[in-house]
Design a protein around this ligand. Structure first.
Ligand SMILES: *Cc1c(COP(=O)(O)O)cnc(C)c1O
Length: 355
């Protein structure tokens, strides 16, 4: 921190994104990207002319895309908010809805950005412990009198709460916003999005980064009651009115015309997830049942950090956190069958060496 930076950021610890190494080709299973490229129609749409219009600002309202998403989810365009990745969406939501009088709660083991945004906006926060086996008990969140943020399925565990549990939380906290981060909803989970018709305090966030193979495009969106969306718009127009660039908007629109391509990819990922889990279980690993495009695993013989490093040395990148509660665990993105076979081979080599 230079002597010029505001003192209010003195204790702020920035989020540390997963490694994006530029030096060599890894089997990259560390940031939950899709192993599949965008659908052919997406490339065609972006190349068709949007590049030639980059001299012009994009539509600040993002009308075309909001209308298409609204149609998809059976809501109005005014129920849809677009952001530069769901990370930006989370940032806007924390800014809009949380403060000293409106503190926030989230699980103690969840997406690492939640406490970072709470600290950035100086919002008091409570971390609610997951139960044994990383299980989230909705009862812990009922009538909490705080804003609530829940990733469902949760990251990095992959466990999901049934919609009924989410509804209980939303119903029993009518005076607070319940943000459900559904970044991984398209890998076998059930979305709580239809509940927005019934509850004005539910904010459902999704992203094009994982299921829709568009992590590099940066697009997240929220669906909620028009009141919450208008609040987010106010923050957006006070921060960056043109937050969705032209190329991303064109790519995202085209993405929504290739449903079967993405559904196929998701089916393959779910098959590879079951396969990988089974193989790891055969090797004696502890694995958490996952409804996401990753699995959370623990090796009984090799400590988490050591296993992460041994895999990296063999060209396979996974995610590990230096946090006591989960330092023995690794989060492994589910890639293609070929990638998972390389990962499993390297695991077998490492176990053999460890004796
Ligand atoms: C990946 C992820 C995000 C961020 O997604 P972007 O749209 O790429 O910013 C948000 N929440 C969770 C739980 C995630 O895993």
């Amino acid at each position: 921190m230079s002597r010029y930076m505001s003192a209010r950021f003195e204790k702020l610890e920035a989020y540390v994104p997963g490694e994006q190494p530029q030096d060599m080709q890894y089997v990259k299973l560390n940031t939950n990207e899709s192993p599949y490229p965008p659908a052919p129609g997406v490339l065609a749409a972006v190349n068709a002319g949007e590049i030639g219009r980059l001299n012009l600002y994009p539509d600040p309202e993002g009308r075309a895309l909001r209308e298409k998403l609204a149609e998809r989810y059976g809501v109005e365009a005014d129920n849809v908010f677009l952001a530069n990745g769901s990370d930006e969406l989370l940032s806007f939501a924390f800014m809009a809805f949380c403060d000293g009088e409106r503190p926030v709660a989230f699980p103690n083991i969840s997406y690492g950005f939640y406490p970072v945004y709470a600290n950035l906006y100086q919002v008091p926060y409570t971390e609610i412990p997951l139960k044994e086996g990383f299980i989230l008990d909705p009862a812990d969140y009922c009538g909490l009198h705080r804003n609530i943020v829940i990733a469902n399925p949760n990251a990095p565990t992959g466990r999901a709460v049934p919609v009924q549990g989410i509804e209980e939380i939303v119903r029993t906290n009518p005076d607070h916003v319940v943000l459900v981060d559904e970044a991984y909803i398209n890998f076998g989970g059930e979305s709580c999005l239809p509940l927005i018709q019934k509850y004005g305090n539910l904010l459902v966030c999704q992203t094009f980064s994982k299921f829709r193979s568009l992590a590099g495009g940066r697009l997240g969106f929220a669906v909620a009651d028009q009141g919450l969306i208008a609040d987010l718009e106010k923050i957006k127009y006070s921060t960056n009115s043109y937050n969705i660039n032209r190329l991303t908007a064109a790519a995202a629109l085209a993405t929504l015309d290739s449903d079967s391509y993405y559904a196929d990819n998701s089916r393959k990922i779910q098959e590879n997830r079951a396969y990988t889990r089974l193989e790891l279980n055969k090797l004696g690993f502890e694995t958490i049942p996952s409804l996401a495009n990753f699995i959370f695993i623990r090796c009984p013989q090799v400590e988490g950090g050591a296993l992460y490093r041994a895999l990296k040395a063999r060209g396979v990148l996974v995610r590990h956190w230096d946090r006591a509660e989960i330092s023995d665990w690794l989060r492994v993105t589910i890639g293609t069958r070929e990638q998972m076979d390389i990962f499993l081979d390297r695991i077998r080599e490492i176990l053999k060496e460890a004796g």
